[in-house]
Ligand binder design. Structure first.
Ligand code: PLP
Length: 281
């Protein structure tokens, strides 16, 4: 099948038949969390990391605890149904359930074909612009309601940012905090190679901790490649050996042009190969 839909109970559903109630709070308020994973060669890349992040997201989002075994069962059913040899995008969606309902969360798993733009970005890299946000460093610790480290269903601002940059004729964006600190992309983590060191913004401050970046840094550490989590200014990106946007579906896309500046492509590290190797872990 080229589209798969599985209910939280592990029942294979017709993807053309509606699954949700119109009063589901995931739909009405974006009140829920999700995970997006790459399905490749009959397996799910980084499943354990995604399940860990899902479990870590439900607490801050005030959702009922998620049963990882139940999610894993539904994921297993979905992957067995996915007969396409092409890459797929597997989503696990977990919402607060129905407005005024019995408090039972909604859970479902879907798989759809990976978008063509992912392979293009992996192959050709991307042009990006930096975009301001109102975030200031340190806010996450005092404003937990912002759900900054949570993969929340409230994604409209992220996709609006992508529409905005597309209207400017570029492919992607890098969000900056109010003081210019680099945060993340609307759907990716930022990793720079600076003097041969892999550097990413602090994972606990205003960004979603990426599973792809995490897997890369673990592999890098095992290979003796230096890594660092630290505050970065956009000017440091302009001067970096290379800058990459990392995410579960695209894996690694090098930023070719940022804010109209042609970016370096001179890393001693083969970041794309390291990401491809670590993505399964
Ligand atoms: N940051 C944001 C805002 C994202 O939406 C994503 C992925 O969708 C990421 C980072 C990268 O996370 P991952 O590598 O787990 O896909």
């Amino acid at each position: 099948m080229t589209r798969v839909l599985v209910s939280g109970e592990g029942r294979v559903c017709d993807p053309d038949v509606p699954l949700l109630h119109a009063d589901d709070l995931g739909l009405l308020h974006g009140d829920g969390v999700f995970e997006t994973m790459l399905v490749r060669a009959g397996g799910v890349c980084g499943l354990a990391r995604h399940l860990r992040r899902l479990a870590a997201s439900v607490g801050p989002a005030g959702l009922p605890a998620v049963d990882p075994a139940q999610v894993e069962r539904a994921v297993g059913v979905a992957v067995r149904e996915w007969s396409s040899p092409a890459d797929g995008v597997l989503r696990v969606v977990y919402t607060r359930g129905r407005d005024g309902g019995d408090g039972r969360p909604t859970l479902f798993v879907s798989i759809t074909p990976a978008p063509a733009r992912a392979a293009v970005a992996r192959r050709d890299g991307v042009r990006a612009v930096s975009l301001p946000t109102a975030y200031r460093p340190g806010l996450a610790a005092t404003a937990p309601w912002l759900l900054t480290g949570v993969k929340s269903l409230s994604y409209a601002a992220n996709v609006a940012a992508l529409r905005h940059v597309q209207s400017l004729g570029v492919d992607d964006a890098v969000f900056l905090a109010a003081d210019g600190t680099v945060l993340e992309g609307p759907r990716s983590s930022v990793v720079a190679v600076i003097d041969g060191v892999l550097v990413t913004p602090r994972r606990d401050d205003g960004i979603l901790p990426g599973t792809t970046q995490e897997a890369l840094f673990e592999l890098a550490a095992a290979r003796g490649i230096e890594t660092s989590e630290s505050a970065l200014q956009v000017s440091e990106l302009y001067d970096a050996d290379e800058v990459w946007l990392l995410s579960s579906i695209t894996l690694a896309a090098r930023i070719r042009v940022l804010d109209e500046q042609v970016m370096g492509a001179a890393s001693v590290l083969d970041v794309a190969a390291l990401v491809a190797e670590s993505a399964g872990s």
